[in-house]
Design a protein around this ligand. Structure first.
Ligand SMILES: Cc1cc2nc3c(=O)[nH]c(=O)nc-3n(C[C@H](O)[C@H](O)[C@H](O)COP(=O)(O)O)c2cc1C
Length: 213
């Protein structure tokens, strides 16, 4: 069974981002995957200090909650990251989390010895869920760039995204079953592809942004 990690980057454990992620993971589960939810607020870790211990080692010099994340993120088959937009970017704790994956960056690009096995590279797929208060056309641009960088470092294809703008109007995502169903379908599709071991094929991510009503 493929393993999918769901990384919740909202500090609100039952908020709109969390509900969307829950629906997505349910879809992936129904498609035959095992899922694990990791709320970022449950982790204690510090920011990268650019010591570059990881240039010569397969882990970070700091021993904190990131230490157990590295093997987990090396072994996963799929990843769903769910994040609200904060100041036109991903929330600070998520960015700090991503920066600590310099351990994977140095292994892949400096030592040319990726921490992800050859068998998993080319099969791993990720999905990015994001919501924002406003409808600004460029509101997801910053988050998307950061996420594409993260997925590349992880050797996880940026398979798809589901972006929901206008939450200041929608307020409660539960009032929009269409969005919940779409999130479920995203998860189901990801889970199906992973369960089949399908190599990466881009579904045309720019068409998948949810139009607000
Ligand atoms: C600190 C902070 C910064 C935010 N910055 C933006 C922003 O730049 N653009 C935007 O459209 N919404 C912004 N928002 C609104 C959130 O993206 C929106 O309220 C979202 O629905 C929160 O989801 P959650 O309750 O699941 O965490 C911000 C919210 C917070 C708390």
């Amino acid at each position: 069974m493929p393993d999918i990690i769901g990384l919740l980057a909202s500090p609100i454990l039952e908020g709109n981002t969390a509900v969307l992620l829950d629906r997505t993971l349910q879809g992936a589960h129904d498609a035959g995957c095992t899922t694990e939810l990791i709320p970022l607020v449950s982790l204690d870790f510090q920011a990268c200090q650019e010591i570059y211990y990881c240039k010569d080692h397969e882990t970070c010099i700091f021993i904190d909650d990131m230490t157990q994340m590295y093997p987990k993120f090396a072994a996963m088959h799929g990843l769903v990251v769910a994040a609200p937009v904060m100041n036109m970017a991903v929330p600070g704790p998520l960015k700090t989390f991503i920066d600590r994956f310099q351990v994977f960056f140095t292994a892949k690009y400096f030592r040319k010895q990726p921490l992800v096995s050859q068998e998993l590279r080319g099969k791993r797929k990720g999905l990015f869920l994001a919501i924002s208060g406003t409808d600004r056309p460029d509101v997801f641009t910053g988050s998307r760039l950061t996420m594409k960088s993260f997925f590349d470092v992880l050797d996880c294809a940026y398979h798809d995204e589901f972006l929901v703008p206008g939450m200041d109007r929608i307020r409660d995502i539960s009032s929009r079953p269409d969005l919940l169903d779409a999130a479920y379908q995203k998860g189901f599709t990801l889970g199906t592809l992973l369960a089949q071991g399908t190599p990466y094929l881009s579904p045309g991510i720019d068409q998948t942004t949810a139009a607000p009503q």
